[in-house]
Write a protein that binds this ligand. Sequence first.
Ligand code: PXP
Length: 244
Amino acid sequence: MKKKIRLGVNIDHVATLRNARNENFPNLSDVAILLTKCEVDLITVHLREDRRHILDEDVFDLKRKNFLPLNLEMASTPEMRDICIKVSPEFCCIVPEKREELTTEGGLNVRKQVKYLKEYVENIKHNGTKVSLFIDPDIDQIDAAIEVGADAVELHTGKYSLLFEKGSYKNELKRIQESAEYCAKNKIVCNAGHGLNFKNVSNISQIENISELNVGHFIVAQSLFNGLKETISKFREIINESRF
Ligand code: PXP
């Protein structure tokens, strides 16, 4: 039987808006309460090394208030490992991070740092947090993620999203489909995210072996037009309808 897809909403850009005035509006907890009233399975936040949006206290606060399971995205630095162990989120997604980038451009090269990540992932898992690695849809990277003991991978759909706009996305979609199938055969959970919106998400949610989607920028921005609840409800409708 097909399983309903899980939806994580990334609220980094609510924090971007709040930080623009250095005050506490929009308040992240108020947004998180709204999310509990929508069909959302987890709250995702990316604590970047430069703290450009989400701040340390946001992560601790969201976990303490326990609105929804928390998915902490972070770079694989010793500082982030220590924070993750202190916060103890339900999920942690390790992402590559470059200071000068506007968003997470491309997946983690797990193959290049198997030894380092194996120990890193073990430390976080030891604390009960489920770990996923944000990678490009690439079989060798999935193999490397299995080698380091990750519970899941999150396939980077950024390239697919950009190609979708140009109408030349078929090959990239195929890579995502094949990667998801490979994950299922090798019993590693497969999630996906980045650049997803009302138009391009349907192809991705049709892929049965994808368990969860993480969506941020589009949902926050589209809420200017439709409000958060309506935007999420429409997103949910699209992903449910394309799967079933
Ligand atoms: N998944 C991961 C691992 C990410 O780093 C991001 C961006 O922070 C997203 C999903 C969400 O991407 P977008 O904001 O484009 O929806």
